[in-house]
Write a protein of this length. Structure first.
Length: 103
């Protein structure tokens, strides 16, 4: 939340955690906005990598699946790190997304 005011950070942190269901599949769309305000879509690009925790998996095509096995027990808060890498594959920044498994 770099660059956000305290009020903006507080508002973001009060937002409800997005819910997912076991077996759910979703296409992730990743955009990056540079300091000049230019937004570029990086979905399915080699410069984006994912680190998943809990009962999430993400394919090379940026499709996220919520598994339905023992890794996805309630209450569970699976998360994913979306990593933006430079041309050589070195991480430049990341964003963390947390989900709640729907009962």
């Amino acid at each position: 939340m770099a660059g956000k005011s305290k009020d903006e950070r507080d508002t973001i942190q009060r937002e409800p955690i997005p819910e997912v269901a076991r077996g759910q599949v979703a296409q992730l769309i990743v955009t990056v906005t540079d300091p000049n305000g230019v937004t570029t879509t990086f979905t399915k690009e080699k410069r984006i990598s994912y680190e998943t925790f809990g009962c999430l998996s993400i394919s090379a095509n940026s499709v996220m699946t919520v598994t339905s096995g023992p890794d996805c027990s309630l209450p569970d808060y699976p998360r994913v790190f979306v990593v933006y890498n430079d041309q050589g594959g070195k991480p430049l920044s990341y964003s963390e997304f947390v989900f709640k498994v729907r009962q």
